[in-house]
Design a protein around this ligand. Sequence first.
Ligand code: CTP
Length: 407
Amino acid sequence: MNVFQGRTIVLGVGGGIAAYRVCELARLFMKRGADVRVVMTENAQRFVTAGTFQALTGNPVLTDLFDLHQKAIFGHLETGKRADLFIVAPATANLIARIRFGMGDDAVTTSLLSSACPVLIAPAMNFQMWRNAQVQENVAALERDTRFAFVGPEVGTLAEGAVGEGRLSEPEDILEAAEALLTPQDFVGRQLVITAGPTREYLDPVRFLSNPSTGRMGFALAHAAAIRGAAVTLISGPVELKTPRGVRRVDVTSADEMFLAAKLAIDGADVFIASAAVCDQRPAKREDHKVKKEDFGDSLSLTRTPDVLHELRALYGEAAFPERPLFVGFAAETDHILEHAQKKLAQKRLDLIAANDVTAPGSGFATATNQLTILSREGQQSHLDIMSKEEAAHRFLDVVRARFPKS
Ligand code: CTP
């Protein structure tokens, strides 16, 4: 689901040193298929020129309300009318105050006043200014209005070298916040627990058993659920991925740790999705010191790890959803895909299982795409043809949502 495709995003650029980072933001939106329109305050142009944004976006830039040419091709009323989302970045203390009081004294504030779309404000200023009581009062007043949302500022090194809260959020984080504002909030009030990634089962401090899972599918599910309004706990094995915005992440290493973390998190959850590639065995003994190669025998003695999904489902016995969480599993297979998946669905007493052929091109471990067949306990089947894991995550969540009782 690409909510930016064909949408008009207006970037209202304020006069702060972070204005240069909005160039990157414009580029990110364009990459996602948005029509990006830039409006700038006079001070913003002291940091970045209108020409830079014009070249980047391929659209005229609005800077001067009284310039007849600008008015003719791209006036403030036109900008406001077109906008699907208005982003103010960097929002300076001055700009925030002017927005709060409904002033319309430059290109950014007048365009904002003439628009009716959601507004995302990304502040950036010195940390003492950000802490100032009047600034905070203006922010609080805007936050009370459902039309306005804030992203950041972040704690970090500020332009003048001081460390504090006041840095403009990363362009990727602003993009994610924007994505949530344009996405239907159909998971609000729902709690999801998702396991992701591989586990590692150590035999000594430097050697372990594991698998090639990168966690991408689970992280895509966590991201998709969070931007649709869910409260998400993501229990992740060792992976290289960034935590999606707004997601509570619990890092674990072994299957035992994943089981304990999941057992704690599942209390009160509406949905439990097990997308982790949990190791089914671990070495029977874990040595405290590195084992010398001559001390290894020819075989490794193994014991079973807990089946996280199966054991958690068993805790709820005969209870039916929604008196218990909805249980969703994955079946990573290399042969007899649907047969094996069907068997796991029944054995683990799941509500849904997503089967995937990990040997098919563009599917399975460490790929950007996936191809899934979702089976339900009632025998329904839906096939998600090859698509990005992000898109597959949204389609999968549609199937999950369809099982919620109608309210
Ligand atoms: N699973 C789990 N804990 C385990 C093993 C599996 O939670 N110790 C979950 C997986 O996250 C997945 C489902 O169970 O949702 C099926 O996992 P899979 O590895 O495909 O199957 P297994 O049950 O391990 O069976 P097998 O390895 O024999 O195919």
